[in-house]
Design a protein around this ligand. Structure first.
Ligand code: URA
Length: 203
C-alpha cells in the first residue's frame, strides 16, 4: 500500500502533488495540523533548502521557516546574494507539524519521515536543483538514508550526493541560534554548496 502510494506520488505534477499534500492522511500528524506546509519558492531553483518540519508558526501560516530560525535562514541566503523564492526553494522532510504530549515542537519519528518522504523526493525530481542543502540531522539522514544517530558534525563539510545531485549538510538554523559560534562552519558549508551548484551547472 505504501509502495503504491509512493509510486503514485512519483508520477505527480506540481498541482496534483500540492493537492495531495494538502489532503494527506498518511500518518498521525494530520490530526493536529492547522495547515500543511508544502514548501515555497522557485520551482526551477538552483538551491533547495530542506528543513525538518513545520513548527508552531509554520503550522499556523502554512509556510516554511517563518519563525526565528527562518529569519536566520533568510540572512544566510542574503549572505549568498539570494532571497526567498529567487532561485531558491524551501521545503521540509515532513509537511505537518510534529508535537509532543505538551504541544511542543518535536522532530518527526522515522515512520512519520518515511511516510512523508515521497513528497519531498518528487519535489526534488521536479525542481532538479543544482544543489540540495540539508539543514540539520533530520533532512540529512532522511535524504541520505543514514543511521539516525549519525551526528551532523560528521556529515557536514564534505559533498554528498542524493540521486546524482550534490547535497551539502549543514547545521539547522535553530541549532545555530542556540550555538552561534558554529555559524562560521555553516558559512563554510554554504560556500561548499555554492561551488557544488556551480560545477553541477557547468556539466
Ligand atoms: N524548522 C524547520 O525545520 N522547518 C521549518 O519550516 C521551520 C522550522
Amino acid at each position: 500500500r505504501a509502495l503504491q502510494r509512493a509510486d503514485a506520488i512519483a508520477e505527480m505534477g506540481w498541482d496534483e502533488l500540492e493537492a495531495s499534500v494538502a489532503g494527506c492522511r498518511a500518518c498521525g500528524l494530520c490530526k493536529g495540523r492547522a495547515n500543511t506546509v508544502f514548501g515555497v519558492g522557485d520551482r526551477k531553483a538552483k538551491w533547495l533548502f530542506v528543513g525538518e518540519g513545520p513548527g508552531y508558526n509554520e503550522n499556523l501560516q502554512g509556510e516554511p521557516f517563518v519563525g526565528a530560525a527562518g529569519h536566520l535562514l533568510d540572512n544566510m541566503m542574503r549572505g549568498l546574494d539570494m532571497q526567498r523564492g529567487e532561485n531558491t526553494f524551501i521545503a521540509n522532510v515532513v509537511k505537518c507539524r510534529p508535537t509532543d504530549a505538551q504541544g511542543k515542537d518535536r522532530p518527526p519519528t522515522p515512520e512519520e519521515a518515511a511516510a512523508c518522504l515521497p513528497y519531498l523526493k518528487r519535489q526534488i525530481e521536479l525542481i532538479k536543483p543544482g544543489v540540495i542543502v540539508a539543514l540539520g540531522k533530520t533532512a540529512a539522514i532522511s535524504l541520505l538514508g543514514l543511521d539516525p544517530e549519525t551526528p551532523v558534525g560528521q556529515l557536514r563539510g564534505k559533498p554528498h550526493r542524493y540521486a546524482k545531485l550534490p547535497l551539502v549538510v549543514t547545521y539547522h538554523p535553530a541549532y545555530l541560534l542556540r550555538k552561534p559560534i558554529e555559524k562560521s562552519k555553516a558559512w563554510a558549508d554554504l560556500c561548499l554548496a555554492a561551488n557544488a551548484a556551480d560545477s553541477a551547472g557547468s556539466v
